[in-house]
Design a protein around this ligand. Sequence first.
Ligand SMILES: Cc1cc2nc3c(=O)[nH]c(=O)nc-3n(C[C@H](O)[C@H](O)[C@H](O)COP(=O)(O)OP(=O)(O)OC[C@H]3O[C@@H](n4cnc5c(N)ncnc54)[C@H](O)[C@@H]3O)c2cc1C
Length: 570
Amino acid sequence: MAETLEVDVAIVGSGLAGLRAAIEAARTSNGKLSVGVFTKTQVMRSHSVSAEGGTAAVLYPEEGDSFQSHMYDTVKGSDFLADQDAVELLVKKAPEEILQLERWGMPWARRPDGKIAQRFFGGQSYPRACFAEDKVGFFEMSTLYDTALKWDCITFYPEWVVTSILTDGKRFVGITAIEMKTGDFHAVKAKSCVMATGGAGRLYSFATYGYSSTPDGLVMAYRAGAALKDMEFVQFHPTGLVPSGILITEAARSEGGILLNAKGERFLKRYAPERLEMAPRDIVSRAMYTEILEGRGFEGEEGMKYLHLDLTQIGAEKLKTRLAGIREICMKLAGIDPISEPIPVRPVAHYFMGGIDVNIMGKTGLEGLWAAGEVACVSINGANRLGSNSTTECLVWGALTGRQAAEYAMRNGVRELPKEKVEGEEKRIFDGLLGKAPRENPYDVRNELQQTMERRCHIFRDEAGLLEGLREIKALRERLYKGVADSSRIYNTNLVNVLELENMIEVSEVIVISALNRQESRGAHARTDYPRRDDVNFLKHTLAYYTVEGPKLEYISPTITEYLPTERKY
Ligand SMILES: Cc1cc2nc3c(=O)[nH]c(=O)nc-3n(C[C@H](O)[C@H](O)[C@H](O)COP(=O)(O)OP(=O)(O)OC[C@H]3O[C@@H](n4cnc5c(N)ncnc54)[C@H](O)[C@@H]3O)c2cc1C
């Protein structure tokens, strides 16, 4: 039988969004509510620790930056699909979050005058990314974790794998989870919940994400009745280190790095003549891929073609102080010192613009359930996110959702958990999977799924490839005979990997079907068979609802308050 636990507010995920939400829930209730943070990794292993380059905010309007400019850059970067009221909220709340972090001890880099330093990021027309070396995520996470530990009402449940969201049909009532250390299955009653389970980057094999970045939270919400929004928009960051896929931050280009093809040409002059390396990621990645496809890339080992990111002109001093992490990564993982040698890079899966459909306040369609951070689609990113806006989004909506979840918990009681659903979930996992030898190695199925996504649903897509991808995903679903040979309950990571794989297949199907139906090119979604943006038919968000036959799609218009779509040039 499931162990039952009770908290007032459940936070699922301990990345930037989850930690910020937990602190705000504690602050809102003045420590009176119990806040449980459930996370399948150790807290500081959450993927946010790897954020490198910066967090965007307008800090110095007196020096020329403005909310208007941050807002327009973000909307234009999104290829006009972002909800403009949400973008306005992002830019207005961002400075508060930067200063709040500073008060909690964040070691922001400084200018000579002692003020917080900022750097450029692609598509931003002002240097507005606050940073701490090139390890912004690590320092932000440390600051938030230290702050959260000061609240007695916050309890961390590390290495608890949440498997489902429980509802009474309309309202959130709790979650189920496996405690890895004991193998116990728990049913957790809670009054409200914030989902902050991050992105799903491990759907691709060449990705900047950690191995834990699988779409569990997306599938839990989807199965519970919430919609997934704009899942076709997957961001490929221009500079993944070859062959590992580790990110080389955009800050490397902002500090002066340039991209060169095998002919030694600074090819971006042909694609984004004004912004060059500082154009938005969708444009730079498409340019790089085109160079590679047209034969101007370098031939790598095992056929992985690449281009050069040249940082040699930046100078040793700046590289050692502002890009120390990048230098260390290059030296340890590629045997290259970027002070004197170019870095081999190619576009790499990096971010999901889509996510759980939420309103401007981060509320899902289910009462008592909010979502924040990369797992949510507010949407401030539309069809393409600008670098340095994601950590800002995590902080802003982490705070907003944490506060609302606490206010809701102060007004409402816990509800009974649906006994049959809890028992059904326990049976599905333990009776259904444990000790049953799989017909096929699930890791082979996972590798094939990643190859399908790399081949069929990458930077450039077309109908034939997407249809083939869908066929392959359906075949993989059939082949995934659900079983785990290891029958031990304690630290059974094979069991967790099989659960994750089921989620990966589910979400891959949603992505491919959403991409098939969007017959236009917008932001990161580039259809070679529909190369133009089509505002008449597709200035719309895609919503995917779960049905047993597969996703059911609907469309809604984005909120446009100030900026009508125009041609996007850089
Ligand atoms: C290498 C890299 C560098 C980046 N650099 C920047 C940058 O400089 N600036 C910027 O703005 N953005 C950057 N980004 C993007 C940004 O870091 C992420 O979008 C953001 O950190 C996501 O935070 P999150 O809180 O939403 O999720 P995450 O930090 O991914 O956390 C997800 C949490 O959910 C938990 N979880 C997941 N599934 C379950 C489950 N089933 N049960 C329990 N817990 C679960 C995990 O344990 C984890 O704690 C970068 C991304 C990468 C990959």
